[in-house]
Design a protein around this ligand. Structure first.
Ligand code: OFO
Length: 172
C-alpha cells in the first residue's frame, strides 16, 4: 500500500513523464516541418517511450492501492532556433527528469517503501542511458558545426546513434 506522500510524489512523476512525451512530440513536429526526417522519427520514438514510462507508473500506482492522476499538462516549446538548441533542450530536460527520479528514490527510502524503491531502479537506469544518449548526440552536433553535409548525414544516421549508445551501455 502506498503512503499518501509517495502516491503524491509518484503522481507528480506521472505528470512529468506525460509532459516529456509532449515536449518530444513538439520537437518531432518541428524537425519534421524543417525536413529533418531522421531527427523527426527519432523524436517521435522518444515521445512514445516517455508515454510508456508514464503508463508504467500509472499501473504501479493503481496496483499498489493508489489512484493515478491524469492531470493538465504544461504547454511545450514548439519552435527552436536550431536543431542544436533543440538537442540542448532535450539534454537539459533529461537532467531535470533524472533529478526528479533521484528525489523520488530519496522519498521512498525516507518512507521505508522498498517496493517503490525497487520499482524506481528501472527509471534510474533508464535516465543514465538517456542522458548518455543525449550527450552523444550533442557531441556529434558540435563536431558538425555549420556543415550542411554533416547535418544531412547526421539526420540519416541518428537512429544508429541510439542503437550504438544503447549497445555500449548494455554490453552482451
Ligand atoms: Fe522518462 O525517460 Fe527520460 O525523460
Amino acid at each position: 500500500m502506498l503512503s499518501k506522500n509517495i502516491e503524491k510524489a509518484l503522481n507528480n512523476q506521472i505528470k512529468i513523464e506525460a509532459e516529456s512525451s509532449q515536449i518530444y512530440l513538439a520537437m518531432a513536429c518541428w524537425a519534421e516541418v524543417k525536413g529533418l526526417e531522421g531527427v523527426a522519427g527519432f523524436m517521435f520514438d522518444q515521445s512514445n517511450e516517455e508515454r510508456d514510462h508514464m503508463l508504467k507508473l500509472i499501473k504501479f500506482v493503481n496496483e499498489r492501492g493508489g489512484h493515478a492522476q491524469i492531470s493538465e499538462l504544461a504547454a511545450p516549446n514548439v519552435t527552436f532556433s536550431s536543431f542544436k538548441e533543440m538537442f540542448e533542450k532535450l539534454f537539459e530536460h533529461e537532467v531535470f527528469v533524472s533529478n526528479s527520479i533521484n528525489d523520488l528514490v530519496h522519498i521512498s527510502l525516507q518512507e521505508k517503501d522498498y517496493a517503490t524503491h525497487n520499482f524506481l531502479q528501472w527509471y534510474v537506469s533508464e535516465q543514465i542511458e538517456e542522458e548518455a544518449m543525449a550527450r552523444t548526440i550533442l557531441d556529434k552536433i558540435n563536431l558538425i558545426g555549420d556543415d550542411k553535409g554533416g547535418l544531412y548525414l547526421f539526420d540519416r544516421d541518428i537512429q544508429q546513434i541510439t542503437v550504438s549508445t544503447a549497445a555500449a551501455n548494455n554490453p552482451q
